[in-house]
Design a protein around this ligand. Structure first.
Ligand code: UD1
Ligand code: UDP
Length: 369
């Protein structure tokens, strides 16, 4: 049974890496198809290199563009590749345009879809990712929900039951709760990061627990000048306590220039580091303020408190565990959430035990599509 792994952006490369390692370890017949939705070195190749991932068999060179342009290009590329390769199954991870496009193309060719990180919902329809994951969850044959809460979201939308036939001829449930592969990736790579990037803090002129780490790149945040201004104002206030490091996504960099926004005093903008350095910057920060999905999970796994820069979170588990506080997108709310959470210390990681990829690949290899 041939398996395709479709990916295209920074978080997908990182979160698919444990799946790819597991497929390799089990000698599975698989190939990687990369949309190249992300193409800049610091959003793409750096991760393939650091994580020592095999070269994708297909690169669709989709690049940037409007949602339809990007989605359309990827669909056409996936269709062509799948017609040639005839995979039985495609694995997609998350909620990007690459995931939507690959799932749609696969569905129409009768290729089984396994959605990794299924069932996340922010219930905020302004987010392009919300549309993507709702559609992909409904198209998918198999749903790998990271948590029980994600499974509940799926069941609430009528997704569930028994559907798949395994190699033994029996049906299996459509939803499997696995944990999030981001935990696998974090645990697999933090030691490697410590060993191979021992000077990271010095390189950034930082000290353990002596700074805050922020990221913000969500379209509904940084594409709106008023919201982006509020976020920067909040970062400036936070920086009065300890310096703030902001590795800035190209989307946000572009918007800052367009809106003529400046980083406030104490907030240092840097190019996005690779994953290994970034893990260390997360682990050693006093607190993380972010609108990133992956960072919310990683902060929780690494024991660092987190302020969520969104109106609603699709990772309520962090908040329920006492690891994160919802800040919204206004400076006042962000600062209140920061005060509430900044000294939080220990919690049980709700995102899994680091063996999600083993469960997912083990399950896929039982299928008989
Ligand atoms: C995409 C995902 C988002 C995810 C994020 C991870 C969608 C709808 N959004 O958002 O869910 O959280 O990736 O980082 O799929 N750019 C570059 N170099 C690149 C890629 C992009 O400079 O390699 C710039 C371009 O100006 C581009 C902009 O960033 O127009 C946005 O890129 P795009 O892929 O459309 O969305 P992201 O914001 O990266
Ligand atoms: N990341 C990184 N360098 C950075 C910012 C993020 O390596 O400068 C990693 C981070 O560790 C996480 C992933 O990228 O694994 C998160 O990606 P992003 O925030 O772009 O996407 P999201 O998770 O919000 O979809």
């Amino acid at each position: 049974m041939k398996i395709a792994v479709a990916l295209g952006t920074r978080p997908e490369i990182i979160k698919c890496s444990p799946l790819i390692r597991e497929l390799e370890a089990r000698g599975a017949d698989y190939f990687i198809i990369h949309s190249n939705q992300h193409y800049s070195y610091e959003l793409d190749r750096v991760f393939m290199e650091e994580l020592k991932l095999p070269e994708p068999k297909y690169n669709l060179h989709a690049g940037s563009g409007s949602h339809s342009e990007q989605t359309g290009k990827i669909m056409l590329g996936v269709e062509k590749a799948f017609e040639k390769e005839k995979p039985a199954v495609v694995l997609v991870q998350g909620d990007t345009n690459t995931v939507l496009a690959a799932a749609l193309a696969a569905y129409k060719l009768g290729v089984f879809i396994g959605h990794v990180e299924a069932g996340l919902r922010s219930f905020d329809r302004r987010m392009p990712e919300e549309a993507n994951r709702v559609i992909v969850d409904h198209l998918s044959d198999y749903l790998f929900a990271p948590t029980e809460a994600a499974k509940k979201n799926l069941l609430g939308e009528g997704i569930g039951g028994h559907a798949l036939i395994t190699a033994r001829g029996s049906f299996t449930p459509k939803i499997l709760v696995t944990g999030n592969t981001s935990v696998d990736a974090t645990l697999q790579n933090i030691k490697l990061a410590e060993e191979s990037r021992p000077n990271t803090l010095e390189d950034y002129c930082l000290k353990r627990d002596g700074y805050y780490l922020v990221t913000a790149h969500r379209a509904e945040n940084v594409d709106d000048a008023a919201v982006f201004k509020e976020l920067l104002a909040a970062f400036g206030e936070v920086a009065k306590g300890k310096p703030v490091l902001y590795p800035i996504h190209p989307r946000s960099r572009k918007r800052m220039e367009e809106f003529r926004l400046k980083a406030p005093k104490g907030v240092k903008l840097v190019e996005p580091p690779g994953y290994l350095e970034f893990l260390l910057l997360e682990k050693n920060a006093s607190c993380i303020l972010t609108d990133s999905g992956g960072l919310q999970e990683e902060a929780c796994t690494l024991g660092v408190p987190c302020v969520v820069l969104r109106k609603s979170s699709d990772r309520p588990e962090s908040i329920e565990a006492g690891a994160a506080a919802l800040g919204g997108v206004e400076a006042k709310g962000i600062l209140a959430a920061f005060e509430k959470i900044k000294n939080a210390k220990s919690w049980k990681n709700p995102y899994g035990d680091g063996h999600a990829a083993r469960r997912i690949v083990g399950e896929v290899l039982k299928w008989k599509p």
